[in-house]
Write a protein that binds this ligand. Structure first.
Ligand SMILES: [Zn+2]
Length: 237
């Protein structure tokens, strides 16, 4: 599909004003009071999908259909989930920090990305490498906070520096006229299936990502021990 310059007219810009959670929350995580709306998906004559009661805000600047969420920012944060419109807002250009929606950390090596990686991944991955992810960049303060709070990151992480990124597609539920919907499918922007997906996450490719071994260090033994409290799951994807 013909794609527009997403930086020119991001429809999620207004979301970036909501920074009341800087220092304690996670911008992209939904609150308990927010949830996915129950909407009916319908096919048109071209085999493309839409909502039965579709609103202009259901699609992004490229015409891609997104999950519709409602509710209010009340109750506890659902750490391990992404609220689609806020994930999209920080993944668009210019990239924002996934924790506070502020400016992500950057130095001469590029922008900071923090991903979970188990021991095996840490031992076998070589750099520089290209990585496809739904995880946003981070500022240093939020990265350090995530390392203190997230049990998944405490089990293993890598910090990366990235100079070049490309928005490559979305992940969501792929619908078909002939088979049941398929969850968690990655669809590239130039794939015709983009007209049959309800997007949940914007996907980014990090180009020639380099390992950063200086900026962040694992939480010390004197710090807070890993707990069973659910933390933000900060993953490859
Ligand atoms: Zn931040």
């Amino acid at each position: 599909m013909q794609r527009l310059d997403r930086s020119a007219g991001a429809t999620t810009e207004h979301l970036l004003q909501s920074k009341e959670d800087i220092g304690r929350g996670l911008f992209i995580a939904p609150y308990e009071g927010e949830s996915l709306c129950d909407v009916a998906v319908v096919f048109d004559d071209d085999g493309h999908i839409g909502y039965a009661d579709e609103r202009p805000t259901d699609r992004d600047i490229d015409g891609i259909l997104w999950q519709r969420w409602g509710g209010t920012q009340t109750g506890p944060l659902q750490w391990s989930h992404h609220r689609p419109d806020r994930q999209r807002a920080v993944m668009e250009r210019p990239h924002r920090c996934g924790g506070c929606a502020g400016e992500p950390d950057h130095d001469e090596r590029g922008v900071l990305w923090l991903l979970n990686a188990n021991e095996q991944a840490q031992a076998t991955l070589t750099f520089p490498r290209d990585i496809r992810t739904a995880t946003p960049a981070m500022c240093r303060q939020c990265a350090e906070r995530a390392l203190r709070a997230c049990r998944v990151l405490q089990a293993g992480f890598i910090a990366l520096r990235v100079r070049e990124t490309e928005l490559v597609g979305v992940r969501g539920i792929l619908y078909s006229l002939t088979s049941p919907p398929q969850a968690d499918r990655f669809v590239r922007f130039d794939d015709d299936a983009i007209h049959r997906v309800v997007a949940r996450q914007l996907m980014l490719e990090l180009r020639d990502a380099e390992l950063d071994e200086d900026t962040l260090s694992p939480p010390g033994h004197g710090g807070r021990a890993p707990t069973a409290v659910p933390g933000p799951v900060w993953g490859w994807q």
